[in-house]
Write a protein that binds this ligand. Sequence first.
Ligand code: ARG
Length: 396
Amino acid sequence: MKVVLAYSGGLDTSICIKWLMDEYDAEVITLTLNLGQDETDLKKIEEKAKKLGAVKTISLDARAEFIKQYINPSIKANGLYQKTYPLSTALGRPLIAKHLVEVANKQGAECISHGSTGKGNDQVRFELAVRALNPDLNIIAPAREWDLTRDSAIDYAKKHNISVSVGKKNPYSIDVNLWGRSIEAGPLEELTSRPDENIYEWTTSPVKAPDEPKKIVLGFERGLPISLDGVRLDELDLIKKLNKLGGKHGIGRIDTIEDRLVGIKSREIYECPGAKIILYAHYELEKLTLSREQINFKQMVESKWSQMVYYGLWHEPLKNDLDFFIEHTQDTVSGEIGLILYKGNIINASRKSPHSLYDKGLATYELGDRFNHRLAEGFIRLWGLPSEIAARKRKK
Ligand code: ARG
């Protein structure tokens, strides 16, 4: 039996190779994608897979696709789960699933496999996406079947000579891509203590961030970031730059309680400097260029969109419908947002857009005010009329 395994080179998926061979007598084909996780050496990962017994190893750079098809729709959607999490891991899973299916179809494999456990969201995201793209493929989730704790997984790895950077002293589960770093488990499960400083790799502690504030200007075109300080940049460079710069200034640390799809609440830590800055600036620009009704209605759509992505419903037809709505709102979302990065804070510095709906003549309290104050009186009476009628009725 041929199985295509989503292989990161980490502890869990390394164990999966051995386990699939032992339990299923499988010919394991590994697939590794570069989604912008740090220092991805795809060749090294392939070598490791070969050493562990993979019959074929495939790797590819999917960063451009990740940005275009997954990150960009999320920027336009102001994608945040429960108003907090920029969906970094959630966005990567359907892309990995897509490539798993493509490789399986090409290699004539009847089965795909992933290293997610039975407790998380990632299993759902992988499997829903795979089933949406090729419902005939079987799915094996070793980590769900073997039911290993993190400690026993480490022991299994040691027994099978699998080199792991995770020790019992470093018991975190980490997922990284261009849009952020997710850190879970271990000491983080204790809600009354703050995370150890050494779990952070992308961000300086705000306390130790530079005393000098950093001013930046982000340019957008139709809802997407295109320039930094007036210089047009490839979006990959732009996100990488903002991850670095934001990280240096302590931006993008998130410590949150999150409702997983499987019903449990969990403590999650994220580092998402670039995502935080871009999403912040994007929403600032929308507040300048979209109508009040668009902004207020879009919030409902965004919240639903983010939930669907978090819950693995990437291919659900409704999500596609929401994408069309969101896309249509972005026509006027062009302009420049100036921000100051300072010790973990993002501070507004300037706003500019050819589509700005801000009218100083209407907004001003100074001379030159064109707002007709008299109209306000009648407006208020009529606006409140339904409540007034109800109140009068109650009084009787
Ligand atoms: N809680 C986040 C999510 O569901 C992050 C998951 C991180 N995955 C991991 N294997 N550490 O999207």
